[in-house]
Design a protein around this ligand. Sequence first.
Ligand code: SF4
Length: 230
Amino acid sequence: MSQDEVKQLKLYLEFLQEGGVEYIPKGSHPSPRAEEASPLPKSADTGPLEEARELLGDCKRCPLWETRNHLVFGEGDPHAQLMFVGEAPGREEDLQGRPFVGQAGKLLTQFLQGIGFSRDEVYIANILKCRPPGNRTPQPQEIEACLPFLLKQIQAIQPQIICTLGAIATQTLLGQKASITRIRGQSLPWRWGIKLFPTFHPAYLLRNPGQKKKAYQDFLQLKEMLETQG
Ligand code: SF4
């Protein structure tokens, strides 16, 4: 096993341990659970986020490295109260190395501006950091390889709310199948005292503009939640 693989395994085991998993039955692949745990201790600098980026390095932990132009780590306020997690970089994101900069990203930015936020005031990331060819759905083994680094980012940022964009991000962080249409717009308890708030993926809204109104209502609710939590 290479040094990188050992580090990756260590991260994954830490993540499981923090979620209360004490042993792993042979052949099983536990997923993150929607369960509360004690809040994280607050960090004062961006060190943990930089550490996660350094650990990720020029990642080749799944086959997506072979077709990427740029790895898209994420960007925004390292101490943001509100974090967005989408599915994976698309074409434009892969070209620029930045999350949500294509048409879907423009819509996300508009919604954010609508509730009085700039992109710099939130943190934006994806489940996968490399683009699946042709924007296909992420494979379970790709998610398994990449997820520990998103969890490290979340641990570093310590947001109050994670808004998951679309079914893949929602189901991955919840660790269970769920219909985005059914659970969107709800505040769900997650781990480390953080709340999950699923809504539609902006790319879905571009294909189904009739749902934009519902999505914007979700953003208004997000704003209210942040104001209430203070
Ligand atoms: S998708 Fe994630 S695990 Fe796969 S190569 Fe990219 S950074 Fe590494």
